[in-house]
Design a protein around this ligand. Structure first.
Ligand SMILES: Cc1ncc(CN)c(N)n1
Length: 219
């Protein structure tokens, strides 16, 4: 069985807790408050900046030219796709640069991004690549789970649409293939580090939704 399928199956409990999380329910039925959505978007702004940066750093750290090229491509598609879409959400909701500056990174965002940097520096590019995968893949699954659902709040629906589009799901398929390719080129110790990185990211993905509902802070 491919590495991706193996870790996907191993992490189904936490994965399904994400897909069925009250945050997703509130987005799709329109009951989420705008302050909660704004909180999520600002934390996700911090997250996506580091997420893109880790693609670039993993590309630099990778020995294989094809892997480097694909990671760079994925970083570019993040900037042109998801990060660009978020700029339109910020505009629509009137979230300014000053609002971002005034909002500290929250504990779960801090822990999740720190986990990805730590994985890269301590376990290397293959584990970092595995740690990036739940982020991409889970949101595609969330999008798929909401096919046929229309949120009554247009900006929530725009968020849902963005994870159902081919522009999003195309790169995800490439990222799954890339992770499997890297796993095949990695020894058992390296694959063990990849497995841990994937599981920890899946865990933080679920906690990210809860962080937003709780408006988590450092108190
Ligand atoms: C925390 C998180 N995880 C995943 C995604 C989807 N790339 C995201 N925007 N934010």
């Amino acid at each position: 069985m491919d590495f991706s399928q193996q870790v996907y199956q191993q992490n189904q409990t936490v994965w399904q807790e994400s897909i069925h999380h009250p945050f997703i329910k509130k987005l799709s039925d329109g009951s989420m408050t705008l302050p909660t959505f704004r909180y999520y978007l600002i934390q996700d702004h911090y997250y996506l900046r580091d997420f893109a940066r880790i693609h670039e750093l993993a590309a630099d750290a990778s020995q294989d030219q094809a892997v480097k090229t694909l990671l760079q491509e994925l970083a570019n598609s993040l900037h042109d796709g998801e990060i660009a879409t978020r700029k339109t959400f910020f505009k629509e909701l009137g979230i300014s640069q000053q609002d971002v500056v005034n909002t500290p990174i929250a504990p779960t965002t801090y822990a999740y991004t720190s986990h990805m940097y730590r994985t890269l520096t301590q376990a290397g590019a293959p584990a970092a690549i595995a740690g990036l995968l739940p982020c991409a893949w889970l949101y595609a699954d969330v999008g798929a789970s909401l096919q046929g659902v229309t949120s009554p709040v247009p900006i929530f629906q725009a968020w849902i649409d963005s994870y159902q589009s081919d522009d999003y799901t195309g790169p995800v398929a490439k990222q799954i293939k890339l992770t499997d390719q890297v796993a095949r080129q990695t020894d058992a110790t390296g694959r063990d580090a990849m497995t841990k990185a994937f599981s920890r990211s899946a865990y933080y993905e679920r906690d990210f939704w809860q962080m937003a509902l709780d408006h988590q802070d450092w108190q």
